[in-house]
Design a protein. Structure first.
Length: 299
């Protein structure tokens, strides 16, 4: 075997060692030693070159392998810590949530006027939604969309959206214009979380006492029939957000820092809509912000 044939052969052995080296750096050394031995037995003149060439190839590959193993181990530890945190948080949330739910049930049962009874019902629904969120977090261990699996079911869209409006912080300010009368196949929990996030943002950052519009219509996108839901609100042009950063994780405009928040709502919504095979976007005009989502009618 000539040197030209031996060289790629040696590289091949080192690359095999690289992939196996994810589990053990010793495997890499064994593969390197094997290639040295084979080169030496096939050509004594090539042997002096075999060792330095293999060492040159093995050292950086071993270093990369060790770095990747360390990185994967660090990510595993972080996932475990986050899982423990979510478990503790779930336990701490569920106890006061049960108290709120009991109080809301008493309010609904004992109050005679319609307004108080409706408020009691909405509080119960809100508590159940939070319980649903906690349960899903526990099921997935990590609150990351790559590990959330959509659970599709038939959804009657108009009453579903009206329910999300009723659960918002100021339902009287929201108007629903629904030109879509069909049902869709989607995950009610995930899709509902997106709609609630959009409504919360609109009500929080809009001009005081201004109306928020939720507009729904059918739209064909990339050859697929779907539904488009847009949420629009009026804003002070001075506090307009940066359109390039809106969907980034933890992004919060310094102009609205007086509002509470973590900058996760829009990032979460983007990841959810992608998981549902949909699209999300925004339009920012002089005094108006429009967020829109599109999801297919069928999963």
């Amino acid at each position: 075997m000539g040197l030209q044939q031996q060289f790629p052969f040696g590289i091949g052995l080192v690359m095999v060692g690289f992939f196996l080296g994810f589990r053990s750096g010793l495997v890499m050394l064994l593969m390197t030693g094997l290639s040295v031995y084979l080169w030496g037995t096939h050509s004594s003149s090539a042997y002096p070159l075999a060792l330095p060439i293999n060492v040159m190839l093995a050292i950086p590959v071993l270093a990369v392998s060790a770095y990747i193993r360390a990185l994967l181990n660090e990510q595993r530890v972080q996932r475990e810590m986050l899982g423990d945190f979510i478990a503790i948080l779930a336990h701490e949330v569920r106890t006061p949530l049960s108290t709120i739910k009991m109080a809301a049930e008493n309010l609904q049962e004992h109050e005679q006027d319609e307004f108080s009874s409706k408020r009691g019902k909405n509080l119960i629904l809100a508590a159940e939604r939070i319980e649903d969120v906690v349960s899903r977090c526990m099921d997935t261990d990590l609150f990351e969309l790559k590990e959330l699996r959509p659970k599709y079911q038939k959804l009657d869209l108009k009453p579903f959206l009206q329910e999300r409006i009723d659960l918002s912080v100021d339902p009287d300010r929201v108007t629903l214009d629904c030109k879509f009368s069909e049902s869709i196949m989607t995950d009610p929990f995930l899709f509902g979380a997106v709609i609630s996030n959009l409504l919360e943002n609109a009500l929080k950052y809009s001009l005081k006492d201004s109306q928020v519009g939720l507009n729904v219509f059918e739209k064909i996108k990339r050859g697929r029939k779907g539904v488009n839901v847009s949420c629009e609100n009026f804003i002070d042009p001075i506090v307009a957000p940066d359109p390039k950063k809106l969907f980034r994780k933890y992004y919060r405009s310094e102009k609205v820092s007086f509002h509470p928040g973590m900058g996760l709502g829009l990032w979460f919504s983007k990841e959810v809509i992608h998981a549902l095979s949909g699209f999300i976007g925004s339009k920012i005009r002089v005094n108006k912000v429009i967020f829109w989502v599109w999801v297919p009618c069928k999963s």
